[in-house]
Design a protein around this ligand. Sequence first.
Ligand code: HEM
Length: 240
Amino acid sequence: MAVTGLILIGFVIGHLVGNLQVFQHPDHLNGYAQFLHQLGPLLWVARIGLLVAVVIHIWAATVLTLENNRARGTPYGFKHTIQATLASRMMRVTGYVVLGFLLYHIAHFTMGAAQSSTFKENLPAYTMQHEYRVAGFPVVAAGAKVLDVHSMVILGFQSPVVALFYIIAVGLLSFHLLHGFDSLFQTLGLRSTRWAGGLRKVALWLCLAYFAGNLAIPGAVLLGKLSPRAVGISAAPAQR
Ligand code: HEM
């Protein structure tokens, strides 16, 4: 559980850092997405690795819950929590919401299908103004025609319902990470009584920063601080 949790934490932090390029010139987010798509089979290896991590994580959570329930046999007559934090008691609920969010999110941006079936296909191609570099190496050339992920994200969040759903979901994900981060050190045997207080503070700040970063993107779109380059196309479902 801890090892897969660590892999997933690494992914969500890396994903946020990549997504924050939406605040830069569109070349950045679009070049980055094109670079990932160009990885071809390597991208599929990463996708399958992530999927395996998610499946093992859910399987371990289920096995632990069943073992925990079996260990007691009869349920408590009177429930009173002394030490367990709210985040730890909500792990199952927040986990279900994150899973539901993830399925919606993949349909939304990877498959481009959640808001309108033609939304992603109708986006005009974006022409890179400058080359995009990774670690100093040019990976996408200036003039290349690429998918306009920058406009796709902004158009996607122009629906207040969608933007609010993302904000609530990443809020619950941050809460899930708060307990996950804390308990993963415990499971790996890296949390001593001396370090516990400091670790909890680090986890709290990390989760707050994670939430703020994720909130910034739909928040900026809702406040009109980010506009799409591709105008005249809408992410709203077509009127029948
Ligand atoms: C404001 C928040 C977020 C934004 C703007 C965002 C943006 C995106 C975009 C644009 C893509 C599609 C990239 C492409 O096909 O070119 C994507 C894919 C994805 N996102 Fe997010 N994301 C956000 C939050 C999250 C969170 C919180 C999670 C995890 C719980 C997540 C997990 C994923 C996964 C697993 C994919 C599929 C990657 C693939 O295509 O293989 N995202 N995201």
